[in-house]
Structure formats: structure tokens, C-alpha cells
Design a protein around this ligand. Sequence first.
Ligand SMILES: [Zn+2]
Length: 396
Amino acid sequence: MTNVLLVVFDSLRTDVVFGDRADTPNMSRWADEGASFTECIATCTSTTPSFASLITGCYPPAHGVIAMRGYRMAEMPNVATVFADAGYHTRAEVTGPLVEQTGIFSGFHTFNHRRIVESHAPDWPEYIAGLLRSLPRPWFVLLHVWETHRPYAAPPDFKPHRGAKGYIGAVEAVDGWIRPVVEEARKNSIVVLTGDHGERFAPNLLSDRLAALAREARSRVRFLHRFPALWRRLGEAAIGHGFTLDEAVVRVPLIIMGPDIRPVRVTTQVRHVDLLPTLCDLLDIPSPETQGLSLRPELSERAIPRPAYMRAVGLLGDTPVTGVRDGGFKLIRSAGRDRLFRLPDETTDVSTLEPEALDRLVRYLEQIESQTRGASGMTAREEQQVAAHLESLGYI
Ligand SMILES: [Zn+2]
């Protein structure tokens, strides 16, 4: 059976892989040699809920991780349990906020949380390549690469920079640094490369200074959080992602390479929630019920409509920004107000000009938000199924 390596680079923007913003020869080559998706939409713009969606194929209302802290993922089928049931050894190598208490990795056979490093650890890729050679086969390995996240860790011989320069430098260094891992895995595996969300970095020195001031204000002026719109603006400037659903933070690259995957470039919209059903489909493993759809049609150059639900949770999830991206439009619901944008314009509200599009996207948003898990940990549909079963047995 074929192994699977899923590499998630923290804060990896689409344009550093598919555009000419950064010099990433390895990622560019992998994109050319595999199936590459230039319009992949991350579910959340913060690490923890984004990973929960990636591994369950479900949106936050269904998996329950609706903030960076305080919410544990519901016990439900996910990539680890599905592959374990199919006879795979499953391992997660993660870092940053992805701690055990999130419940996201409880289904993995083995789990390792790496300490956040100040610089690229020179021997980490060799350690991972060795791990891939030694694990029982077939294996499913999830890798979380933190070096592309702020403060943009630099390799030991690289002068660190902040802002755009720091980000691009970190991405370019990671491109070569991760190569031994990807090349080792490609010998006998499906390899998936993506980002958990994008990044909004300071484009110049002035914005970099403003970002530093925003960090200062957020930590010192506590009452600012009473003004949600201002709090979000400062948060996005200070942290770089997590507080908005701007294109810079929802668009991520997605590359899938494997023995039977021929090179194809897909420019239509796909979503992170499609990954689990896709892997199951490619490997002929029964897929659990998810809110995504297999990407097999796109691998054969057929596109199907895939509206994307998105959620920015900030840190505590108490004032989320939610939205839907579909058919060239983007709906943003924030502080009880709906706005509609015709992409790539993200400033002109066209909701009164496009009532049909507004209605369609609002309906999708509300449909996804109604599919929540109750206190039982079951979805409303599962609860109904259990109720029907009990009724048929004469219990209720
Ligand atoms: Zn992240």
C-alpha cells in the first residue's frame, strides 16, 4: 500500500509557490510534476482550527474547534482514525499551538510536538527522512513546518529580516531545507504540500513599524478588545493572520504528487475540506462523511462547483468573521453585517447590485453553520439517525 506524507507549511501564501514573489525552485518543480491547485481555500486563518478542518474534512461548527484555545476537537473520524482503520501506522510531527490538549492528534498512533525553534534546525529534515525510512509501512505522516511563521526563522547563515523580506527569506530557505524530506517520501508515497493559511506581512518599513506598534498596543492597552473592529485590525497587523478573511490569508497552495497522479494545473476553486475525501478516493479507502468532496474530477481536468466556507476566529473565537467564497464572489459576515465583494476587489460592497449571489452565499453560510455538534458530540444528522434507530427499536 502507498504511504502518505502531508506537509503543512505554516502561513504559506499561494503567490510564493505559484507566483514570482519568491525564488522557490523546488516547490515550483513539485508543482509542475504533480497536481497543483492555484485556488485552494483554507477554512480558517488560524493554525489550530485550520488543522482541525484539514484532518476531518469538516468545517468548525461540525468539528468544534472554533478558537485558538478553549475548544477540543470532537471525537469523530479524521485522517488518523481513517488511515489507522485501513492498516496504516499514523504519526504527527507538529509544533506551535498544536498541543495535545487540542484533541486534534489523539487519533494518531504516535505524536511528537517539536519545540518552536528560533532558527531552522539543520538536522531536522534528516531526522524526518530517517523517520520515514524506519516507520512501519504503510504509514501516514503529518508534518507541520513552523519556520515560515513569524518571526520568520532564518537558517543559521542567513541574516534575519522582518516584514516582507523576512517572510520571503524564510520561505526561500524552507524550499531547499525541506527537499530531503519530500524527495525521500516521493520514492514510494503520495505527498501533499499545503499551507494552513496565508500571511499578511508588512510591505514596507513604515508598515513594519506600525505592526510593531499594533503588537505593543494589543499587549498594553487591555480595554481595546471592547472595540471588535479595531481589535481585529490591530490583531491582523500584529500577528499577520487569524483576524480577517482577506485573499492574502485564505488562499494557500495545494500540491498533490503520487505514483498515479499526472501533472495538471487546476485553477478552479478547491478547499481544504476536500483533502480527506480525496486521499480516501485515491487510495481506495472508505471515506467518512465529510463536508468536502474528492478532487478526482479536477485531477482529470473536470471542475465541479465547490463553495468554500471560511472563518476567522481571532484568538478566543468570540467575535468571528465568517464568509463564503464562490463563483467569483466573496461574502463576509462580520458584527452582524453582510457584505459581498466581486473578486479580486475586496473593498466595494456589491450586495445591493447582486442580490442573487448574496442570497446564494448567505444560504450556504447558514447551512454550514447549522451543522453543529451538540453536547453529545454528534452532528444534528447523527443525532437524528440515532433517534430514528431507537424509535425503530421501540425505545422512544
Ligand atoms: Zn498557522
